[in-house]
Write a protein that binds this ligand. Sequence first.
Ligand SMILES: C[S@@+](CC[C@H](N)C(=O)[O-])C[C@H]1O[C@@H](n2cnc3c(N)ncnc32)[C@H](O)[C@@H]1O
Length: 231
Amino acid sequence: MERIPEPELMEKKEQVISYDEADFSEGEINLINQINHYLLRKNISLGEKDLIVDLGCGPGNISEKLAIKWPNTEVIGIDGSKEMILRAEQKKIFSTNQKGLKNLRYICSEIKDIKSNNFLLKKKISLLVSNSLIHHITHLEDFFNTIRSLSSNITVNFHKDLKRPLDEKSALELKAECSTKYNEILTNDYYASLRASYTFKELKNFILENDLSSLDVFEDGDKYLIVYGNV
Ligand SMILES: C[S@@+](CC[C@H](N)C(=O)[O-])C[C@H]1O[C@@H](n2cnc3c(N)ncnc32)[C@H](O)[C@@H]1O
């Protein structure tokens, strides 16, 4: 199936509300566990000196879980959508777990502007994460250039995203499955995201052709891809 890009930022209020109100917790917990296992395997433990950055953080679902999992480590969630950041900040303010989120803050910025905005440079990033971001990025080089510019020799990258279905029929089946759990706005967004996603081959080829051989990509089940490693 050919890739059909979708808008990068999620800025429509009803789109943001639908996304925020949906329960994706099973997948989110799974991602935190995957990151934790990967760090354990690499003998990396995160502490006060470290910095975790969650790119395309949306309403902060993953950022919050990262902050709770690594309570002594500063976590910064970054998104280019003002609506999303507003939502993330409100969730943090009204959270019943204020204490657990005191190491978390948010920044509104497009990923390509992070470095030049000089937001983060006080510390090197130890863990650079994203979930469901890559498919929003129109040109793959914009994603990889960003993670390259934000990474140093200590940065572990872990980026999970949808995998583009093989054909339209499979995409429509996944859309129908989604509609049994989520509302129409979210179902349509999910379908657009499936069509905008990259394939294993596209990501792997990009890595190989652009001197990023310390990164790798693997298929996580039949719906997801994970790009991980160092840059
Ligand atoms: C599908 S949501 C995922 C949100 C969150 N990572 C999660 O897993 O719940 C994708 C998010 O990436 C953000 N995004 C897309 N392109 C971006 C860009 N170029 N710069 C910054 N944020 C971007 C969107 O605004 C949106 O909030």
